[in-house]
Design a protein around this ligand. Structure first.
Ligand SMILES: *Cc1c(COP(=O)(O)O)cnc(C)c1O
Length: 392
């Protein structure tokens, strides 16, 4: 029955284990450890011969409910809940890489992902090549004999560039390279990378999956048992685990993912057109606009264009700053994917540490503004952007 359910039914009913009292919602199992019936029971749990819980760093029923649900949504084998999106990224890197290994990654990734590859993992002998993965030949040319992982983010942050997951996975298979997709900007509602050939998918659940800007969390989904068995020890032993209360909130937020995404996306589509026609806006990057460089790929790969828009102001850096200081409804903050509209200016905020040259190479121009469209009334968001643009 479950496999035949549509997204909004599945997202509500999947995963759940029934507790002994018939609680409709999986409770918060606020415990660090679980008692064994006897020595034999403990031994069977440690040997993996019996299902059950040992210690909350390994797993916990509240976390398992969330993991099982997201594994189902992504058509994966199993999922691994993590303390944050970056903990999820760290699980993948520590599990898939070792000294002497090489990574091919997109050049406009989430800032902290770029940072850890370039500093921490570099310190442990991992080499990385950052290329514009929206061009397939760039990926092919970057592959070396020691390439172990291709790490993609699509749409990417903050340039909204889209890469062809299926085509890249076909190339990776020929070289026996693992492909991991950071699916945060889409959520499983809009894109299922495992169905397109990826081996691993991950999310910052802080964003669309939880959707209410009240927790930080992450998750990794493995396509099969072999991949899961490779990833799991990193989470368990390095302590990248979630907390049961955090998992409870993420599970609650997840139940409305479909309707939140529909509404935010509907708003975003109209806002993108408004921006594209505004005299102070030079260009708009939104997968739903025919002007997007990968518009046709987006139509094929994603079931909708999502709720993230980047646009460039004609007035450059100063106009970006003025706009940030002028918005009233939109919240000036980093992060994304919540019910509230958030706005930020990468050149003066998230990517200010990069040199102007490095920013421009990655497509992050001085006048670029990133908008995470929320589920407020579309007319109110447009009115706010209109008045703020008027001052910029
Ligand atoms: C936010 C984000 C991350 C990091 O997630 P945290 O939950 O903040 O640790 C990784 N990738 C993308 C695309 C993100 O937006």
């Amino acid at each position: 029955m479950k496999s035949k359910l549509g997204f909004n039914s599945q997202v509500i009913h999947a995963g759940g284990q029934k507790d002994q009292w018939g609680s409709v919602v999986t409770p918060i199992y606020q415990t660090s450890t679980f008692s064994f019936r006897d020595v034999e029971h403990g031994a069977a749990l440690f040997a993996g011969e019996e299902d059950g819980y040992i210690y909350s760093r390994f797993c916990n029923p509240t976390i398992a409910d969330l993991e099982n649900t997201i594994a189902e949504m992504e058509n994966g084998y199993k999922a691994i809940g993590c303390a944050s999106g970056m903990a999820a990224v760290s699980v993948v890197f520590t599990a898939c890489l070792s000294a002497g290994a090489h990574v091919v990654a997109h050049n406009a990734l989430y800032g902290a992902t770029l940072t850890i590859l370039g500093t921490i993992f570099k310190k442990f002998g991992v080499e990385s090549t950052f290329v514009d993965t929206t061009v397939l030949d760039n990926v092919k040319n970057a592959i070396q004999p020691n390439t172990k992982l291709i790490f993609l983010e699509t749409p990417a942050n903050p340039t909204i560039g889209i890469c062809d997951i299926q085509a890249i996975c076909e190339v990776a298979k020929q070289h026996n390279i693992t492909v991991c997709v950071d699916n945060t900007f889409c959520s499983p509602y809009l894109q299922k990378p495992l169905d397109l050939g990826a081996d691993i998918v991950l999310h910052s659940m802080t964003k669309f999956i939880n959707g209410h800007a009240d927790i930080v969390g992450g998750i990794v989904v493995a396509k099969n048992k072999e991949e899961y068995d490779r990833l799991l020890p990193s989470m368990r032993n390095l302590g990248f685990n979630m907390d049961p209360h955090q998992a409870f909130l993420a599970r609650r937020g997840l139940k409305t993912l479909g309707i939140r995404m529909e509404r935010a996306q509907e708003n975003a589509g109209k806002i993108a057109v408004f921006l594209e026609n505004h005299p102070k806006v030079k260009s708009v990057l939104y997968p739903g606009l025919p002007s997007h460089p990968q518009y046709h790929l987006a139509q094929r790969q994603m079931s909708g264009p999502g709720a993230m828009i980047s646009f460039e102001l004609k007035g450059g850096f100063e106009a970006g700053k003025t706009m940030m200081n002028s918005v009233e409804l939109a919240v000036l903050a980093v992060s994304l994917g919540g019910i509230e509209t958030l706005i930020q200016h990468p050149a003066s905020m998230t990517h200010s540490k990069l040199s102007k040259e490095a920013r421009e190479k990655a497509g992050i121009t001085d006048g670029l503004v990133r908008l995470s469209v929320g589920i407020e009334e579309m007319e109110d968001i447009i009115a706010d952007l209109e008045q703020a643009l008027g001052k910029s």
